[in-house]
Design a protein around this ligand. Structure first.
Ligand code: KIV
Length: 263
């Protein structure tokens, strides 16, 4: 696969072609995921849960993220690498600048931050200084203690309106991508159609421009799975086959199915 850039993803959206993202945390899986044809890999702060065994992503530090980003960068075969900015590492624009620099220097090509309107000034500053940003809206796991659990967001007219307004604002601030997590399918489709930047969905139905899953979930390793998770190891003879099956299912539109979405 030729090296994927933010422009590749933008072109795919304009051509109406779906693309794929899988979380990666180490060099071996980075190689396998990028060889399977996923255009992007996310070094997710989900590593706090799936690697470190925490109850949430809150305990993850910038040093954890930089370590795993560097490992993923060493195994990568051409995918674009996004790295999560962990809890409180972007509470101010100044903190964001320092911490995003660590992740970019570890090998990320983009950083991801959870939040909408309040983040727009920080997004502008990072982009001005050469750091591409992916924003994350809907169920933002770092705010689990505010939500009181992992709950679908944007189900009320007020909630949906606020997520749409945030999405427009972060695009206007210069974000290159948006992750939408656990929102009703109809809202995600509407936002994907209204925005010019690509929207990557997780638990957001089939109408987004791309899909992301946590690797451990799509390989059937989780103890409990949300409705949108599919185990791609079922029927596969190897991890490589399962990864390729996920990439193919996203690109063809076979994943996610309507019953895997929220309303
Ligand atoms: O940390 C992560 O893996 C994520 C995905 C769930 C989008 O943010």
């Amino acid at each position: 696969m030729a090296n994927v850039s933010v422009k590749t993803l933008q072109d795919l959206k304009e051509q109406g072609e779906k693309f794929c993202c899988i979380t990666a945390y180490d060099a071996t899986f980075s190689r396998l995921i990028s060889e399977a044809g996923a255009e992007t890999m996310l070094v997710g702060d989900s590593l706090g849960m799936v690697l470190q065994g925490h109850e949430s992503t809150v305990p993850v530090t910038i040093d954890d993220m930089a370590y795993h980003t560097a490992s993923v960068a060493r195994g990568n075969r051409g995918a674009m690498i996004m790295a999560d900015m962990p809890f409180m590492s972007y509470a101010t624009a100044e903190q964001a600048m320092v911490n995003a620099t660590s992740l970019m220097q570890a090998g990320a090509q983009m950083v991801k931050m959870e939040g909408g309107t309040w983040l727009s000034g920080t997004i502008e500053k990072l982009v001005e200084r050469g750091i591409p940003v992916c924003a994350h809206l809907g169920l933002t796991p770092q705010s689990v203690n505010v939500f009181g659990g992992y709950r679908v967001q944007g189900r009320t007219p007020k909630g949906a309106k606020s997520i749409l307004a945030d999405a427009v604002e972060i695009q206007d601030a210069g974000a290159s991508l948006l992750v939408l997590e656990c929102v009703p399918s109809e809202l995600a489709t509407d936002i994907s159609e209204k925005l010019t930047i690509p929207v990557i969905g997780i638990g957001a139905g089939p109408g987004t421009d791309a899909q992301v899953l946590v690797m451990h979930d799509m390989l059937g390793l989780a103890e409990h799975n949300a409705r949108f998770v599919e185990n791609f190891m079922a029927g596969a003879d190897s991890i490589q086959e399962a990864l390729a099956a996920f990439v193919a299912a996203v690109k063809s539109g076979a994943y996610p199915r309507p019953e895997q979405a929220y309303s």
